[in-house]
Design a protein around this ligand. Structure first.
Ligand code: AMP
Ligand code: ZN
Length: 112
């Protein structure tokens, strides 16, 4: 198994857990870009949002609502950003769909 995030899900590569259930896993980003930088991944290997299908609709909704729940737990009342980099032009470097939850500082817009 070569996918980095699948290896994290298997426990082959250590990670700092934030949240876990039967559909998804959240952990701290190894190179945080904000005081809170959590990655939220489905346990199902989907290479990117571009590969998601109709049958993933509930799973994607689950990820979004969990991102909001984790944001509440991290007291991000001032706001936060959920990012889903997709493909090379989208800046995706790990090819297992993941949401970035960024917060704890004022974030610039538009991104680079
Ligand atoms: P992306 O560029 O959207 O594909 O995001 C990949 C993210 O994974 C980056 O923010 C990396 O810092 C993060 N990352 C890479 N390897 C690890 C790891 N072993 N543990 C936690 N986060 C990682
Ligand atoms: Zn994977």
């Amino acid at each position: 198994m070569t996918c980095l995030f699948c290896r994290i899900l298997q426990g082959e590569i250590p990670s700092k857990p934030v949240y876990s259930d039967d559909l998804c896993y959240a952990f701290s980003d190894i190179q945080p870009q904000a005081p809170t930088h959590v990655l939220l991944i489905p346990r199902k290997h989907i290479p990117s949002l571009a590969f998601a299908t109709q049958e993933d609709t509930n799973l994607l909704g689950h990820l979004m609502s969990k991102a909001a729940e984790i944001a509440r737990e991290h007291s991000l009342e001032g706001g936060y950003r959920v990012v889903l980099n997709t493909g090379d032009d989208g800046g995706q470097t790990v090819h297992h769909l993941h949401l970035h939850l960024l917060g704890g500082r004022s974030l610039a817009w538009p991104p680079g």
